[in-house]
Design a protein around this ligand. Structure first.
Ligand SMILES: NC(=O)N[C@H]1NC(=O)NC1=O
Length: 177
């Protein structure tokens, strides 16, 4: 999809806004549906801030719910080809679709350990990390307390969201579209 400028974002019918931005937070369309009536936004930063404010205002159960909408990294959905387009690109870019068998089993084992301990999946912005760093972070973060991991996971959700938003909206002031 080509990128659009903020004026186009502001003039989309709400159904189109929800369909364009419905996956900036993985599998969590509600966030786009919730912020669309806050338009017009002055800039992409304002749209991003509205999304972050919505997430921050959620109770702990809602934040954990957002984390549970994320697929495991190098998990079942990747193997079955059922990831969202965005997640598929992010995981492939970090090299998670081409793990050695020892890396794949270590990832699966640590993902399971993390989920058993916290009740939600390990979330990290794959585009800002490579597979080695992801494995290292996963192993390290398994040792944290649940409150910290809830926060860390949500910080990563916001990074993923920011990169996805920048893929959709052109921040060049001269852009006509
Ligand atoms: N589990 C997890 O972190 N998944 C996410 N990370 C990312 O960059 N894309 C995702 O789908």
């Amino acid at each position: 999809m080509t990128t659009m400028n903020i004026n186009t974002v502001n003039s989309l019918p709400y159904e189109d806004f929800v369909s364009v931005f419905g996956n900036v937070v993985e599998n969590y369309t509600i966030v786009a549906a919730a912020v669309c009536l806050q338009r017009p936004f002055n800039s992409l930063n304002d749209l991003e801030a509205a999304i972050c404010d919505f997430i921050d205002a959620l109770p702990e159960t809602g934040k954990e719910g957002i984390l549970r909408c994320h697929p495991d990294l190098a998990g079942r959905d990747l193997q079955r080809g059922t990831l969202t387009k965005e997640s598929n690109e992010e995981q492939a870019r970090a090299g998670l679709d081409a793990l050695e068998s020892t890396e794949a089993s270590r990832m699966a084992q640590l993902n399971q350990q993390y989920k058993t301990k916290f009740g939600f999946p390990f979330v990290i912005c794959a585009r800002m990390n490579d597979k080695d760093r992801i494995l290292q972070q996963l192993s390290e973060r398994c040792g944290n307390e649940v409150e910290l991991e809830r926060e860390r996971g949500i910080e990563e959700v916001k990074k993923i969201c920011s990169l996805r938003l920048h893929g959709l909206v052109n921040t060049d002031k001269l852009s006509k579209m």
